[in-house]
Design a protein around this ligand. Structure first.
Ligand SMILES: Cc1cc2nc3c(=O)[nH]c(=O)nc-3n(C[C@H](O)[C@H](O)[C@H](O)COP(=O)(O)OP(=O)(O)OC[C@H]3O[C@@H](n4cnc5c(N)ncnc54)[C@H](O)[C@@H]3O)c2cc1C
Length: 495
């Protein structure tokens, strides 16, 4: 993975940059010591590390705006950062960029049960939103497994998903409003507590934009009433194919579970050894299906799911008797990533999405790739929406193993696109999948996407080097930024 060469001129101006940031964010809000910068040297994609030029921790929108304006006027790059749990390197720091950490934006500003909304600062954790409304029987539906740590601002930037998103939608479907600071320091507000806004869906563009269009400083999300009943069914199958067919049949029968997750044998064993969820160890694949709603509806759907599972050859079938047992069913799935971390020194977590019907084929081909590369793979996925999370196990201390794991991962994602799927389900492109973008998009597609980036950030100062494999200048893409009357790149043909 290569990043653009850092600008030595910016690095040479470090003291001047630090001084300017200290004038805007006084006290302990500017981090320059190497020891302290190390806390920011990577995100959840820990294979890559780089100390940032400097970290600034503003506390108000006005400070963010002044930092952005100063950086814009002085041609200094910035990288927005929430909790740093991105698995695609979205908040990976740059040697010549200021990391803007949103950790101090940690307040819930308004809880409005009548309008069923919460207004929060972006550094609030995902789980804290549910915790703030649970006493009145409400919750925030998108629930990434990292919800105890990841920030709601990072969720918007990555359009995060989770187990409940199959039924209740991703972050984008639960977001109503945003305050955002544009690259030149201008503060804009999009949406609000109301359900729709006129004009273009700019909030839709910002959601999932991976910190490349500006810094989100406030957001309004929808909260939902907790369901009257929720039950989970645990189903074990003698083959991945049968489990995959069962998933397709559940959805094909018009049932939309609150969650429908799958684990293969290596993941089941790792999870069982870690949390002792009493998972069956003699099956090849495990499905966990949660159904929620009024009690009578849940009972009816449970019976239908049971029948579909039997028709697909399930050898193990358990229905949660109470909330404690339902939590136990989920405990292994929720702890699957750390569980796999215990059986391998390192792993790469991939994130591709496929049409559900392709699941058996994709799992078979992945096993063949595992043999070819000589690396083990454990599979945990949001089966209901076809979002795979293959965990490729390797040892970074062994020569070439990281490169082999990366090549294996690239083959998996290429296969996802080949079978009609996409490169990412919820973790974003970042630096991890950046160079695979041409597998999915033609050059014109990528250029069109970059033109949107240019409309927000004509100087490419915000989170550069991420998502797009080529560093087209905005001028090359037909958008001109004329400064002081001088036409940049005068010899490049214009549109
Ligand atoms: C164990 C584990 C499990 C995970 N499970 C899931 C899962 O189930 N579903 C899922 O979707 N993801 C999952 N993730 C990935 C990750 O938690 C999400 O992508 C999350 O949304 C990132 O939030 P963050 O606050 O950590 O953002 P960061 O990692 O800090 O940043 C992520 C991106 O958002 C940008 N950004 C952050 N804050 C802002 C802001 N205020 N304004 C503008 N841009 C911003 C950054 O520039 C970067 O591009 C998991 C990660 C881990 C480590």
């Amino acid at each position: 993975m290569k990043m653009p060469a850092p600008d030595q001129g910016t690095i040479a101006r470090r003291s001047e940059i630090v001084e300017a940031l200290r004038r805007i964010v006084p006290g302990e809000g500017v981090i320059v010591d190497e020891d302290e910068l190390q806390a920011y040297e990577c995100d959840g994609l820990t294979a890559y590390k780089q100390l940032p030029l400097v970290v600034v921790l503003p506390e108000t929108t006005e400070q963010v705006s002044r930092v952005m304006r100063w950086c814009h006027e002085n041609n200094v790059k910035i990288v927005p950062r929430g909790a740093g749990t991105s698995l695609s390197g979205g908040s990976f720091p740059l040697a010549d960029a200021v990391t803007i950490g949103l950790g101090k934006f940690n307040k819930i500003l308004d809880v409005d049960f009548d309008n069923r909304t919460v207004v929060a600062q972006p550094g609030v954790t995902n789980l804290a939103i549910t915790s703030a409304v649970a006493h009145e029987g409400f919750y925030y539906a998108p629930d990434p497994s990292s919800q105890i740590a990841c920030s709601i601002g990072g969720n918007v930037a990555e359009n995060a998903g989770g187990v409940h998103c199959l039924k209740y939608g991703l972050t984008t479907n639960n977001l109503l409003g945003l305050e955002m600071v544009l690259p030149d320091g201008e503060v804009v507000r999009l949406g609000g507590k109301h359900l729709d806004s006129g004009g273009y869906d700019l909030m839709g563009i910002v959601t999932g934009s991976e910190g490349m269009l500006g810094v989100i400083t406030e957001l309004t999300v929808r909260i939902l009433k907790s369901p009257e009943t929720a039950k989970a069914v645990l189903m074990g199958f003698p083959s991945n194919e049968q489990a995959g067919d069962c998933v397709a049949d559940i959805i094909g029968n018009g049932i939309i579970p609150a969650g429908l997750e799958m684990m293969d044998k290596p993941a089941i064993r790792a999870a069982e050894d870690f949390v002792h969820a009493n998972y069956p160890l003699d099956v090849e694949a495990l499905l966990i299906c949660e159904l929620d709603g009024p009690a009578a509806e849940v009972e009816h759907l449970i019976e239908r799911v049971e029948q579909i599972a039997k028709d697909n050859g399930a050898t193990e079938l358990r229905i949660s008797r109470d909330d404690a047992e339902r939590a136990t069913f989920w405990a292994g799935r929720k702890a699957a990533f750390p569980a796999v971390g215990r059986i391998s020194p390192d792993y790469l977590c991939m994130d591709g999405t496929i049409p559900r019907k392709a699941l058996p084929e994709v799992l078979r081909r992945m096993r063949e790739m595992s043999d070819k590369y000589g690396l083990r793979v454990a599979n945990v996925f949001h089966a209901g929406d076809g979002n795979l999370h293959p965990l490729i196990l390797f040892d970074a201390n062994q020569p070439d193993e990281l490169e082999k794991a990366e090549a294996f991962g690239a083959d998996i994602l290429t296969m996802c696109v080949e079978v009609g799927g996409v490169l990412t389900g919820e973790h974003g492109v970042g630096i991890e999948k950046r160079d695979l973008m041409p597998v999915m998009f033609g050059e014109d597609d990528i250029k069109q996407q970059q033109r949107i980036k240019c409309a927000f950030d004509p100087d490419h100062l915000v989170n550069p080097g991420k998502v797009y494999p080529t560093l087209h200048r905005c001028a090359e893409l037909g958008k001109l930024h004329v400064t002081g009357g001088r036409l940049p790149f005068p010899d490049i043909p214009r549109f």
